[in-house]
Design a binder for this molecule. Structure first.
Ligand code: CA
Ligand code: CA
Length: 248
């Protein structure tokens, strides 16, 4: 600044050292220089303001993007949490349903076992047509017959070889079952439960023997050959029986 002042003083002095008035051109140049320095400051200030505004803008964009990202993550987490909750609820319901089904299955299995004990079978072949089943409890001959009648059936009558073979085939293992034949009304004369006389029998060897003069009811013993497995026995013996219900 002191150099500028010295320069101006030098330029505006004559040979004798007297101060000369400034020319119009000199005044114009000085104003331009001063104006130029002012413009430079304004440019710097404007640049600084623009820079600050740019930084603020960038910060605003950054904060906005962060906010959007966090919101999206929150929404995604909530969706995931809801999905997990629905999955757990569905899983619990399936587990309950599975437990119910297993309980029902156990009950059905028990019912099936009960039916198996009774052995219900339907048979249709040739002249045979009926529903045969073995009682699930052991009773005397008379009680067994009553049991069959309570089911709308009667003790089975076996009048053909085909039926004899079939009845034997549905009795498992070594089992003794009552059939609908007896000589209760007349000793030595066998009658079927429908009161028709016996024409063809499938007796074990040396049977019927009316042992002890007290054997009037006929049983079928599955352990013996199919065509030789009848025996007369005491009617009060308790054992299973085979019932027959004819198709109407
Ligand atoms: Ca007898
Ligand atoms: Ca006997």
């Amino acid at each position: 600044m002191e150099s500028d002042i010295y320069y101006v003083s030098f330029e505006n002095r004559d040979i004798e050292g007297r101060t000369l008035p400034q020319t119009p051109c000199q005044s114009q140049d000085a104003g331009k220089a001063k104006k130029g320095r002012g413009c430079g400051c304004l440019v710097l200030m404007a640049t600084a303001v623009c820079f600050v505004l740019l930084i603020c803008g960038l910060l605003l964009v950054f904060v906005t993007l962060q906010h959007i990202s966090i919101t999206a993550e929150k929404h995604l987490f909530k969706t995931y949490k809801d999905t997990v909750q629905v999955f757990n609820q569905t899983n619990n319901r399936l587990h309950d349903t599975y437990s119910d089904l297993m309980t029902e299955n156990d009950q059905l299995q028990e019912q099936f076992n009960d039916l198996s004990d009774e052995l219900k079978r339907v048979y249709k072949k040739g002249s045979l047509s009926g529903w045969f089943f073995i009682t699930d409890v052991s009773k005397s001959w008379s009680e067994s017959r009553q049991y069959c009648r309570n089911q709308g059936a009667d003790l089975v009558m076996i009048k053909t070889e085909e039926k004899q073979r079939f009845i034997t085939s549905i009795i498992s293992g070594n089992e003794r079952v009552w059939i609908g034949l007896s000589d209760t009304y007349r000793e030595g004369k066998m009658y079927w439960v429908e009161s028709s006389p016996l024409k063809q029998g499938y007796w074990q060897k040396d049977q019927p023997n009316d042992e002890g003069l007290n054997e009037d009811c006929v049983e079928l013993v599955s352990a013996f050959p199919a065509l030789n497995n009848w025996n007369d026995a005491q009617c009060t013996n308790t054992q299973k029986a085979i019932c027959e219900k004819s198709f109407i």
